[in-house]
Design a protein around this ligand. Sequence first.
Ligand code: G6P
Length: 368
Amino acid sequence: GEIEKSGYDHFMLKEIMEQPTSLSDSMRGRLLPEDPRVVLGGLHTVWDQLVDADRIIIAACGTSWHSALVGEYLIESFARIPVEVEYASEFRYRNPILRDGDVVVVISQSGETADTLAAVREARKKGVLCLGICNVVGSTIARETDAGVYLHAGPEIGVASTKAFTAQVTVLAMIALKLAENRTLSTGEMAHNLHALASIPDKVDEVLDMNDEIREMASVYRYASNFLYLGRGYNFPVALEGALKLKEISYIHAEGYPAAEMKHGPIALIDRFMPVVFIAMKDSTYDKVVSNIEEVVARDGSVIAITDEGNGELDKLCEYVLRIPKTEEFLSPLLTVVPLQLLSYHIAVMRGCHVDQPRNLAKSVTVE
Ligand code: G6P
């Protein structure tokens, strides 16, 4: 009903707009930038085992799998522990090799996804510590894992996951930063990174202020039948997530790729009918991404770029440039994904799609 949607037309839009609050809720009581440290009560009993892990395997499906990919970059860079990301469905049917020193982490908004639950059971059967990152309190996965962290993002009703993704990335960032304690970060660096994370909700709020601009962009691109999303490093999983959001709710075919892989295939698809969304933040990969943009423009592709506030360098090359607040590179997925959520939302609405309940999809898939 209208009341639950708090005046928004769809749950999806409400949930996108709620992200400054849901992210603050995910961090509340856990992020202590003044100390500086991270407190994750749910992992207290297993923390020593996690810190000493030789390898972490993250298993998930759908959007949760995309946050797992961000988690791989976060944990490898801050904790220097090797991470492997698995589709839960593939992991469980492969008779995976699990050894002493391995830790399995599953990510599931609903805590009920059958494939992800099967991965939990497989890990536990093999005697490996299994941790859960879930949103729904008391869900099956939350109950069957040895320990875990709740998102505290509040109920997510829209089938296309939005606020759960950003909360998952936030929880993974907190885990990675906690693992970095006495390891890769000085006290000063830790304080700096925790302050940066704490400032994310306000920055998400600024990105949400671009809603009208994004709606206008959507009206230009609503008739496209294909989209390509490209990003690198921390923003490669965001490219995948942007493409998934568009597919799920607008039924437009979209693919996400690591920007540098474009030359190995997707570039063949580019012509003037192919919109390409680039995540081009001024980070360690920026110059390379700009050359990818030039290659697309040279083939008449229409480019939408997401870049940092104050960056005017892309205006000449791109059809649209969305400028979002600066943050640390490792936190940028929390900001760059938001315009992509809004873009797919508006395109889907303009195409008359059932945004909250897209055809053929379910909020949680309890069959294998
Ligand atoms: C379904 C939903 C997706 C979700 C995926 C995993 O496919 O439509 O939005 O990302 O399941 O769900 P989970 O609850 O395990 O995160």
